[in-house]
Design a protein around this ligand. Structure first.
Ligand SMILES: *Cc1c(COP(=O)(O)O)cnc(C)c1O
Length: 388
């Protein structure tokens, strides 16, 4: 019986286990030195002067949006082809959400549609949140140029892009954004079990995000000098979105494997691309400016019927393929705001045909050959059916 192959999987080394055990035996289980060490590892890997670690990337989006003053009466724009969080975090701030459709080949935000929408918008968004789908950066330089012209903030949802590059610099360096967020969920590229990080170049923003992560509290040497060592002040409403030291210790250890992890994902992607050259499926177009982190490898089928059949075929053969993503505007919750099927036709058509193949660090060549063999088998069978 063939073993089950998931579409994504964490890789935990003995070093990772030792790092977590050491943190458990240390004096700090939360808000200790492991947090700073993990934030430093992120600053270095993402080439950003500031990094703030939080309990997950949804919290990171929420805090980044709050720190940019997103609130009631504001609107945030993102793409329908994303996980719920990019939009939900704006709703948690009390803001409205609207969407920009995707490009049919890169599956990322279509910047020409963004520009068109800005030209006729009754209300300019306070924040635009592009999503680096599957790990490939959006056209950030163009989005940044529009942000200067129209006056909106840019928050990169880089949940998929840990280890990705744009214009030869790490995603998250924030040259073309106010902040970038990363996810460390086990299915993502590097894991802290649950975890998120925000990077930014703005010192004040970083300090405000760090306060919002912990109840909005502030404790400075001057305050303690004046009032006593116990003293703290709260100027604005915050949350408890802190990461634990066990998670941060795991994250710092995992970040050391990022170069090898990214290199292996690149190999897996290249293997898929060459195999797909002779198979009747399309896959994500890569752009010249970006070097994908390859969180996902997505192919598209001819239509929704074929996609459903391929999904079932893989499930039957113990391959855990996935679908990324159900367009957010079609969720019942978002339909309550007036969105409906047909509003963002490219994302909807893409959703009907997409399927994510297995892609992870420890994915072996043998496992990949099995997946490619199944794809070929399915293609041959469905062609036979069509010929009958
Ligand atoms: C996973 C993911 C998130 C949320 O990450 P969590 O750490 O699970 O909260 C947000 N945006 C995108 C695009 C994601 O894939």
């Amino acid at each position: 019986m063939a073993e089950f192959i998931p579409y994504g999987r964490q890789q935990i080394t003995d070093d990772d286990v030792a790092a977590v055990v050491a943190s458990l035996r240390s004096n700090y289980l939360t808000t200790g030195p492991a947090i700073t060490a993990f934030e430093d590892a992120c600053k270095s890997a993402f080439s950003a002067p500031y990094a703030v670690a939080l309990c997950n990337a949804t919290a990171a989006l929420h805090v980044a949006y709050l720190a940019l003053d997103l609130g009631e009466g504001d609107v945030l724009w993102t793409v329908p082809n994303t996980f719920l969080s990019t939009a939900n975090a704006a709703r948690l701030c009390g803001a409205d959400v609207d969407f920009v459709d995707i490009d049919p080949t890169t599956f990322n935000m279509d910047v020409s549609l963004l520009e068109e929408k800005l030209k006729t918008a009754k209300k300019i968004p306070k924040i635009v949140a592009p999503v680096h789908f599957a790990g490939q950066s959006c056209d950030m330089e163009a989005i940044w140029k529009l942000s200067k012209e129209y006056g909106f903030y840019v928050v990169e949802d880089a949940a998929h892009a840990v280890g990705g590059f744009y214009q030869d610099k790490p995603v998250g360096n924030c040259e073309f954004s106010h902040a970038a967020i990363f996810s460390f969920h086990p299915v993502k590229i590097v894991t802290t079990a649950e975890g998120g990080v925000i990077t930014t170049r703005d010192k004040d923003l970083a300090e405000r995000m760090a306060r919002l992560r912990s109840h909005g509290m502030q404790k400075t040497p001057e305050m303690m000098q004046q009032h006593g060592g116990w003293y703290y002040e709260m100027d604005e409403l915050g949350l408890n979105y802190r990461m634990t030291d066990m998670q941060a210790a795991l994250g710092a250890s995992q970040m050391k494997t990022l170069p090898a992890n990214t290199a292996r994902r690149r190999e897996v992607a290249a293997n898929y691309q060459s195999a797909l050259a002779s198979l009747p499926f399309n896959f994500q177009t890569t752009t010249a400016d970006a070097k994908s982190a390859w969180h996902l490898f997505v192919i598209t089928c001819a239509n929704s019927v074929e996609r459903r059949a391929l999904y079932e075929f893989f499930q039957h053969n113990k391959v855990g393929v996935q679908i990324h993503y159900i367009p957010v505007h079609t969720q019942p919750y978002y339909q309550k705001f007036g969105f409906k099927m047909g509003d963002f036709p490219v994302a909807e058509d893409y959703y009907n045909r997409c399927i994510s193949l297995p892609m992870f660090h420890s994915f072996t060549n043998e496992q990949q050959q099995r997946v490619i063999g199944l794809l070929a088998e399915f293609a041959a069978a469905s062609r036979t059916q069509k010929a009958v």
